[in-house]
Design a binder for this molecule. Structure first.
Ligand code: NAP
Ligand code: MG
Length: 477
């Protein structure tokens, strides 16, 4: 692996924080410090805005094809470095090799998809019914965009925002999660080599996230805040964005139901649950959180699923035979452990795992619990770990109501062999995305996002670019 990048990246240059401060980034498998990273300040946030402001006009005036070609080059360069980026993701996040490779490929795809979308910004021409005046509608870049990303996908949550912003003609300032800033920094040489001019992508690592992001939101030059993370922080940012009426895009928490109907292909459903639950060790807003299995097939399904979970090997993700690495930090691991103990104290039964290991690293084993009572806290909060909490149901209407009984609405999964039933249940679910006989919905070409308190706006697909555009209408004779 090349030398680690650990400074701020502003206006195309690497620089320390203005007060020289740094913070530690840990390897969650060993708890050792990987490196110290620049702790950006409010002063640095202003420098980022200055750089973005200066670079914006030239970037916005480039032809869509030119911007698209640069993103295409970034996709190709990224694709050639998948292994290195995946190593870095594992090093700072802990996830196993398969998950890291999967994330790196997924992350690169956003550059390819938005290279293609850059040239497809649509408008229309109409006629005013009463006056006959012409109505010309087109999209303009929204302006300087602040992108705040979480630690669970250190590369993909960044590229999913950077790709459409650049395609639309916007400069960005990225504030990566402090647990995992190294991957985003490592992507900067790729963007530079691809031809992204100085000032268009700036990286502001900082432990003082509230202060630096607050500074940018209070500056009239910021026009978009695109955030992925917890609903609590999203709410704070929405309040802050209100003062200057900054355009928000919010990808927040989830509490996904995973419904297995009596007529489902149980083996396919168990495979689907392995993906929906265990991809990224369950550290995903899309992770199956409440698993509902029809009572007539519950025993058979649980046996199938437990057998698959029991095959997973836990350890340091740098060892390529490992399926399950450590969770990202102590807080996340202890919260997962708490959820299991809480459920068991209320009557849940452990079918697999359920013991917090001793020793270094934030490990938690693949765990399956059944007979989970409705009062268990893991059903109303995000588990964010490798714990499958299984309940049963008997009636279709009942399970739709139970699934919808949450303030979240990101994704739901449904397994059934009857397509009519599948569509009927899908359409009754109050979620932005549905996996119908699929345990994975994320795709660069599709609109990712939630309803209710899971967020506002969409990322990916055609819709993702609209978050970084403003519609302008010209009225003329
Ligand atoms: P988080 O605490 O909300 O942090 C996310 C980002 O916000 C980090 O960069 C963090 O910086 C920053 N941040 C924290 N407090 C802030 C503040 N007051 N003002 C501005 N920025 C602030 O979430 P997390 O613990 O990293 O990630 C887990 C959460 O993300 C889960 O709830 C999960 O569901 C959600 N998530 C949602 C999606 C989605 O697309 N819907 C995708 C992935 C994750 P620091 O690291 O410096 O604190
Ligand atoms: Mg946090």
């Amino acid at each position: 692996m090349n030398e680690l990048k650990n400074k701020l990246y502003i206006n195309g240059k690497w620089r320390p924080a203005s007060d020289g401060g740094t913070f530690d980034v840990l390897n969650p498998a060993t708890e050792e410090v990987i490196t110290k990273v620049a702790n950006g300040t409010v002063e640095d946030a202003k420098l980022c805005l200055d750089a973005a402001e200066a670079a914006f006009p030239l970037w916005a005036s480039k032809s869509p094809r030119e911007r698209g070609e640069i993103l295409r080059k970034a996709f190709e360069l990224f694709s050639n470095r998948i292994d290195d980026i995946a190593d870095l993701i594992t090093l700072e996040n802990g996830k196993g090799r398969t998950d890291s490779i999967g994330e790196a490929r997924y992350a690169a795809e956003f550059f390819r998809w938005y290279a293609e979308e850059a040239v497809r910004s649509e408008g229309h021409l109409g006629v005013a019914p009463a006056t006959g005046a012409r109505i010309l509608v087109h999209q303009k870049p929204a302006g300087i965009s602040v992108l705040v990303t979480p630690w669970n996908y250190p590369a993909a949550m960044g590229t999913r925002k950077i790709g459409p912003a650049l395609a639309a003609g916007c400069p960005v300032i990225v504030k990566p999660a402090s647990e995992t800033p190294l991957t985003m920094l490592a992507l900067m040489p790729i963007l530079e080599e691809a031809g992204v001019p100085p000032g268009i992508v700036n990286i502001l690592t900082s432990r003082s996230s509230g202060r630096v992001v607050g500074e940018m939101l209070s500056d009239l030059r910021t026009r978009v805040i695109s955030f992925t993370g917890s609903t609590d922080v999203g709410r704070k940012l929405l309040h802050a964005a209100a003062d200057n009426v900054v355009k928000p895009a919010m990808e927040l928490g989830g509490n996904a139901p995973f419904i297995v109907c009596q007529d489902a292909d149980l083996n396919a459903a168990a495979d689907g649950l392995m993906v929906a639950k265990m991809r990224n060790l369950g550290e995903a807003c899309t992770a199956a959180n409440r698993i509902y299995v029809h009572e007539n097939v519950a025993t058979e399904f649980v046996d199938l699923f437990v057998a698959k979970m029991a095959n997973l090997k836990m350890g340091d993700g740098r060892d390529r035979s490992i399926d399950v690495g450590p969770l990202v930090n102590l807080e996340t691991r202890d919260k997962v452990d708490y959820f299991v103990r809480d459920a068991v104290s209320k009557g849940a039964v452990i079918k697999l795992g359920g013991q917090k290991p001793v020793g270094k690293g934030f490990f938690y084993p693949p765990t399956v619990i059944t007979n989970v009572p409705d009062t268990a806290e893991c059903l109303s909060d995000e588990i964010f770990g490798p714990v499958a909490a299984i309940q049963t149901f008997s009636d279709e209407m009942e399970i739709i109501q139970r699934s919808n009984a949450t303030e979240y609405g990101l994704v739901a999964y449904v397994y059934t062999s009857d397509m009519k039933r599948g569509l009927r249940i899908s359409e009754s679910l109050e979620f932005g995305m549905i996996g119908l006989n699929r345990g994975l919905v994320s795709d660069p070409a599709s609109p990712f996002g939630g309803v209710k308190q899971s967020g506002l706006g969409r990322e990916g697909g055609k819709e993702g670019m609209l978050e970084f555009q403003e519609t302008q209408y010209i009225s003329t004779e």
